[in-house]
Design a protein around this ligand. Structure first.
Ligand code: SAM
Ligand code: SF4
Length: 355
């Protein structure tokens, strides 16, 4: 007797093999409905435990400039948003924030900004060198698209990782949402970063206008082709001072489903429970940690400017005192029996001890 399994069950079984799911199966998994959703989340949680263990990496983010030369349709930092008060942190203040992160026991700082040419490639290299010289911290950069030479000197200065989300794998949608850029150029940057030996992070937004399940499946397949060490998957959240102000936000369930499928396809990658998800839903962090995530990014941006890094409204981490935020995260993790990691949290496929 031949028992016919439904396509979702076949796709989920294949996802758990070493080869992982093909793109049509990724699309089937992304279409999970009703009782399939807890099955998918449980499989992603098992894949997370097998691939990266139970610990949760805490990466302290410092948003040091909200100036941006780009005009991405979705982002509150876009250059045409004249309502946003702009700031740049002086180097000493960035160093203080990095020192605070190290003092609180974090092992990574993430330096993020708009694409701000005020900081030259040499300025950023000096900053990375100073952080590495003074503190026992891994350094992640997230500064957008730059020339290969800039990426090269930052890597030589000691930067360990770089986050540059593909945002979407659909070239037409990318060109519409990022009028200054092309998907091809973004991917070129990601390949340079790989070549230069960075642990490389990509990612996407869920719920972008015009996005389909097929787009999301291609997004995940592309992250797998890029062989990323990190992937940030969060909902699109509309900002009132952007052209996408009237677009509906990404949905919680769709974002969690995308995260879970990404975990099945990228078993050893580091996947954050994003701030955007916590902004969308108060339980965002714990929900994400239950279906594939293994990273939280506490905000160490000085409180005097934190509310100005407003990529989308009501950002969940605004106003947090760093000491209290750390206690809150530890309490959350204790409740989930997920211990905070004590190592740098380098990607597992990179030989350890490189820092
Ligand atoms: N400028 C750099 C870049 O674009 O790669 C780094 C900073 S940018 C603010 C960091 C991320 O914010 C982007 O990769 C994008 O995914 C996310 N972002 C921007 N606007 C958003 C929105 N409205 N909703 C959700 N995420 C958003
Ligand atoms: Fe600038 Fe990045 Fe925002 Fe685009 S997403 S406007 S590059 S800060």
């Amino acid at each position: 007797m031949c028992i016919k399994l439904n396509p979702f069950t076949v796709a989920l079984n294949n996802a758990l093999t070493d080869k992982g799911p093909g793109q049509p199966e990724i699309e089937t998994l992304l279409g999970a409905k009703g009782r399939q959703i807890p099955q998918l989340f449980a499989a992603a949680d098992r894949a997370r435990r097998r691939g990266v263990g139970d610990t949760v990496h805490l990466r302290a983010i410092i948003e040091f400039s909200n100036h941006c030369r780009k005009n991405c349709l979705y982002c509150g930092l876009r250059r045409d948003n004249k309502t946003l008060p702009r700031y740049r942190l002086p180097v000493e203040e960035i160093m203080d924030a990095a020192g605070r992160a190290a003092g609180l026991g974090y092992r990574t700082v993430v330096l993020q900004s708009g694409e701000d040419p005020y900081f030259s490639a040499a300025d950023i290299a000096r900053l990375v060198e100073q952080i590495k010289a003074r503190h026992d911290l891994a350094v992640t950069l997230s500064l957008g698209e730059r020339r290969r030479e800039a990426y090269r000197i930052w890597r030589e200065a000691g930067a360990d990782r770089y986050l540059l989300k593909q945002e979407t794998s659909d070239p037409a949608l990318f060109g519409y949402l990022k009028p200054d850029d092309s998907l091809q150029e973004r991917l070129q940057c990601l390949w340079w970063l790989r070549e230069l030996g960075y642990q490389t992070g990509s990612g996407n937004m869920v719920g972008l206008p015009g996005q389909t399940t097929a787009t999301l499946a291609r997004d995940i397949a592309l992250m797998r082709e890029l062989d990323v060490e990190m992937a940030g998957i969060g909902p699109f959240l509309p900002h009132q001072d952007t052209p996408l102000r009237d677009t509906a936000p990404g949905k919680l369930e769709a974002t969690l489903v995308t995260l879970a499928v990404a975990r099945l396809c990228l078993p050893r990658a580091h996947l954050p429970a994003t701030t955007a998800l916590s902004t969308l839903a108060p339980q965002g962090h714990s929900l994400a940690l239950g279906c594939g995530a293994n990273v939280i990014m506490p905000n160490l941006t000085p409180s005097r400017v934190r509310d100005k890094y407003l990529i989308y409204p009501q950002k969940a981490d605004i106003g947090d005192d760093p000491v209290q935020a750390k206690k809150d995260i530890e309490a959350l993790l204790a409740g989930l029996a997920r211990p905070p990691a004590t190592d740098y949290g380098h990607a597992r496929k990179i030989p350890s001890g490189r820092n």
